[in-house]
Design a protein around this ligand. Structure first.
Ligand SMILES: Cc1cc2nc3c(=O)[nH]c(=O)nc-3n(C[C@H](O)[C@H](O)[C@H](O)COP(=O)(O)OP(=O)(O)OC[C@H]3O[C@@H](n4cnc5c(N)ncnc54)[C@H](O)[C@@H]3O)c2cc1C
Length: 388
């Protein structure tokens, strides 16, 4: 561990992080390079994390989770991301599925799925994005038409993480496109019990190559009324609460990718005696590492502060969440890029790990709401605050 991760952790969090570090060192980190190179879904890493009781950090202990704070979850995710970007996306997607289910599900829905997601017995996904509805999710076109005791779902979702391997999918669809966001309704799709659902092939991607991302087609896909999550029209507020957590996840990944790239460079330079050398070019390198370490520590502190705000308030602090998503995902890309540059020609080598973190980091600026959209939300908050 390098000093940038040495910000003090609360005692209860230290226990979780210490268990996590063991799993990372023994399983997640050693597999990361091959997961990236071969694009294999990191099921073993996910299973080992879950078996160590780290699979459902935010879920209550009564449902198989750990009931941790958002800050602990974010710190854990940042550390998984530092080791393996693909595993971090699969791991956070489990939580992105469990969280809305926990917020709006009935007791029987909780009991069927949340312990399974926490233990790794089930893989989860969340499906919002459509080919023509990404940033503007309210314009989604996937329909769920009521037909007696069922809903019949038609439409297409795209860029769905874990979509081809999911046992359970939290799906957002509209019961009436004419109602705009008031028609958006959430459903729990049990993939083993659902006909008419087809997953496309995993997309070839810049980074996070082992985390599968697919299109999902729903053709006259019939689900029982009991598969609905909450009431008709309750999907949009649920979606807003879901993206709060997923933006925190993207921010945590940003911190993690920055840390992972930094650690890779420090390890490489230490082996070559560059951290102790007093010659001029080695000192330039040392000073740049010092600057990067300070930036990572600042991003990590901001992440913690916003997580604490999320847990402390009844209303999600939209602008603060957007700011931390903007800041920390840009930190990931900027730091990983600086680390690749610091390595000179070696920065292009795939056995050191800086270039992997750079590739893994880029998409965090785009998914979970692009950073332009986050800027828009922050700008709106500035305008409203100025008018108040
Ligand atoms: C690897 C990966 C995994 C993903 N996983 C999931 C998942 O599990 N579930 C899921 O539902 N989705 C997932 N997504 C989708 C992701 O969240 C969306 O791609 C993202 O929110 C952006 O939507 P879009 O691609 O439709 O972009 P668009 O909304 O089409 O935006 C295109 C461009 O226009 C800009 N833009 C759009 N609106 C505005 C505006 N009002 N003002 C200024 N600029 C604007 C955007 O910033 C962007 O640059 C994933 C995507 C990727 C790449």
């Amino acid at each position: 561990m390098t000093p940038a991760t040495d910000l003090p952790l609360p005692a209860d969090e230290a226990t979780v992080i210490s268990a996590l570090e063991t799993v990372i060192a023994e399983t997640v980190a050693p597999a990361a390079e091959a997961v990236d190179r071969e694009g294999t879904f990191p099921a073993p890493s996910l299973q080992v994390l879950a078996q160590a009781g780290l699979g459902g950090l935010l879920m209550p202990a009564t449902l198989g989770g750990r009931g941790t704070s958002t800050a602990t979850y974010a710190e854990a995710l940042a550390r998984v991301a530092a080791a393996c970007g693909s595993t971090s996306t699969v791991y956070m997607t489990q939580m992105h599925c469990a969280h809305p289910l926990h917020l709006l599900g009935r007791a029987d829905q909780h009991e069927t799925w949340i312990p399974a997601l926490c233990s790794g017995a089930a893989v989860g996904a969340i499906a919002l994005t459509e080919p023509e509805a990404g940033s503007d999710v309210a314009s989604m076109r996937t329909t769920a038409r009521r037909d007696g005791d069922s809903y019949v779902i038609n439409g297409e979702k795209t860029f769905i993480s874990n979509g081809d391997v999911a046992d359970i999918i939290v799906l957002f669809a509209t019961v009436d496109p004419g109602l705009g966001k008031d028609g958006i309704t959430a459903f729990l799709i049990d993939t083993a019990e659902t006909d008419g659902l087809e997953a496309g092939k995993p997309m070839k991607k810049l980074g996070q190559k082992g985390a599968s991302t697919v299109t999902l087609s729903f053709v006259d896909c019939r689900v029982p009324v009991g598969a609905r999550l909450g009431a008709e029209g309750e999907g949009y507020p649920l979606l807003l609460r879901s993206v709060t957590k997923s933006r925190i996840s993207a921010a945590a990944q940003g911190v993690g990718f920055a840390q992972g790239a930094f650690d890779a460079v420090v390890g490489h330079c230490a082996e070559r005696g560059l951290l102790s050398s007093r010659n001029r070019s080695a000192q330039d390198l040392q000073f740049e590492l010092a600057r990067l370490r300070a930036e990572i520590a600042a991003g990590r502190s901001m992440l913690r502060e916003v997580c604490e705000l999320v847990d402390a308030s009844d209303e999600d602090p939209t602008a603060e969440v957007s700011m931390v998503k903007l800041h920390c995902t840009a930190l990931g890309v900027r730091t990983a890029s600086a680390c690749v540059e610091l390595l000179g020609d070696d920065g292009d080598r795939d056995d050191i790990g800086a270039e992997r973190r750079l590739r893994d980091a880029k998409i965090t600026e785009i998914y979970d709401g692009t950073n332009q959209v986050q800027s828009m939300l922050v700008a709106r908050d500035i305008r409203l605050s100025a008018q108040a």
